[in-house]
Design a binder for this molecule. Structure first.
Ligand code: T3D
Length: 262
C-alpha cells in the first residue's frame, strides 16, 4: 500500500497509522482521508493485525479539515456535506466498527475533526503538549466526526455544551480531569508507551476484545434489558473462542496464556 499523506506500518501485530502532513498540522485533505480509510480497511481484513495505533507526525495530532481545501480561492467551495460524508463519517464508523482495539496517541494539538477523531478511538493517550479544541464554532460550523455523540457521553452534557459553544483550548490535563481521555504521559514516553500498549493488546484475546467493543458501542443506545440480552449473546460467542479455552486452562495450570486471537 503506497501512501502520500499518511505512514502505515504493521509490526508486532499492530497497524500503525501516522497522519503525515506536518506543515498543515496533519489537517485532512480528501486523499489523506482516503488513505486513512484504506489503512483501516486493511486493519479490519488482515488477521495479523490485532490492534491499531493512530498518531500524528510533527508537533500536531490533527487540525481537522484542511481549510484551504474546503475554501479554495480560485474555484467554488465544495459542498461541506460531501466532505463530511466522504472523509470523516466513514473513518469514525470504521474505527467504532473495527472489532480490534484502537489507541490514539495524541502528540500535539487536536482541533475540529482532529479532536473528535481522537475521541472516537477506544483508548486515548496524550502528551502534555497535546490540546483539544472543538474549533468548529470559530468558523460557524458544528462539531462533526461524532463530536456531538461522543463528547456529551464522555464529559457530560454541560461540559460538552461549553466546549462546543466556546471552542476553548483544553489542555491534556484538563481533558484527563474531565474524563475525555485515559492517560497523560511525558512527551518523550508517549510514542513508546502507546506502541507498547498496542503491542500488548495485540497479544490479548482479540475476538473477546472485539466483542467488548461491540457491547460498549451498543450500550450507548440500548436500555438495560436489551443490553443484558446482548451481553448474554456476546458472552456465549466469546465462550466458543479458542482464546477463552486457553485463558481458563492457563489460569488453572498457573501459567501465562498464549492467545492467538482465534
Ligand atoms: O468542509 C468542511 O470544513 C467540513 C469539515 C469540517 C471538519 C473540521 O475539522 S472543521 C475545523 C477545521 N479546523 C480548524 O478550524 C482548526 C484551524 N487551526 C487552528 O485553529 C490552529 O492552527 C491550531 C489551534 C490548530 C494551532 O494553532 P498554532 O498557532 O499552533 O498553529 P498555526 O500557526 O495556526 O498553524 C500552523 C500552520 O498550519 C499554518 O500554516 P503556515 O502559516 O505555517 O503556512 C496554518 O495555516 C496551518 N493550519 C493549521 N490548521 C489548518 C492549517 N491549514 C489548513 N487547514 C487547517 N485546519
Amino acid at each position: 500500500m503506497s501512501n502520500t499523506f499518511i505512514e502505515f506500518s504493521i509490526r508486532n501485530g499492530v497497524g500503525k497509522i501516522v497522519l503525515n502532513r506536518p506543515d498543515v498540522l496533519n489537517s485532512f485533505n480528501i486523499p489523506m482521508g482516503q488513505e486513512v480509510q484504506a489503512a483501516l480497511r486493511r486493519c479490519r481484513e488482515d488477521a495479523e493485525i490485532r490492534a491499531v495505533l493512530l498518531t500524528g507526525s510533527g508537533r500536531a495530532f490533527c487540525a481537522g479539515q484542511d481549510l484551504a481545501e474546503a475554501a479554495p480561492q480560485d474555484k467554488p467551495w465544495p459542498p461541506i456535506r460531501s466532505i463530511v460524508e466522504a472523509t470523516y463519517n466513514p473513518i469514525i464508523l470504521a474505527i467504532r466498527q473495527l472489532e480490534k482495539p484502537v489507541i490514539a496517541a495524541v502528540n500535539g494539538v487536536a482541533a475540529g475533526a482532529g479532536a473528535n477523531l481522537a475521541l472516537a478511538c477506544d483508548i486515548v493517550l496524550a502528551s502534555p503538549k497535546a490540546s483539544f479544541i472543538q474549533a468548529f464554532c470559530h468558523i460557524g460550523l458544528i462539531p462533526d466526526s461524532g463530536g456531538t455523540f461522543f463528547l456529551p457521553r464522555l464529559v457530560g452534557f454541560g461540559r460538552a455544551s461549553a466546549l462546543s459553544l466556546l471552542g476553548e483550548k483544553i489542555s491534556a490535563d484538563e481533558a484527563l480531569q474531565m474524563g475525555m481521555i485515559y492517560k497523560v504521559l511525558p512527551p518523550e514516553e508517549l510514542e513508546a508507551a502507546a506502541g507498547d500498549m498496542a503491542a500488548h493488546l495485540a497479544t490479548r484475546p482479540t475476538q473477546g476484545l472485539g466483542l467488548i467493543k461491540r457491547a460498549l458501542n451498543q450500550s450507548l443506545v440500548n436500555d438495560l434489558e436489551s443490553q443484558l440480552l446482548l451481553e448474554a449473546d456476546l458472552q456465549a460467542s466469546a465462550g466458543t473462542t479458542e482464546d477463552y479455552e486457553e485463558g481458563v486452562k492457563a489460569f488453572l495450570e498457573k501459567r501465562q496464556p498464549q492467545f492467538t486471537g482465534k
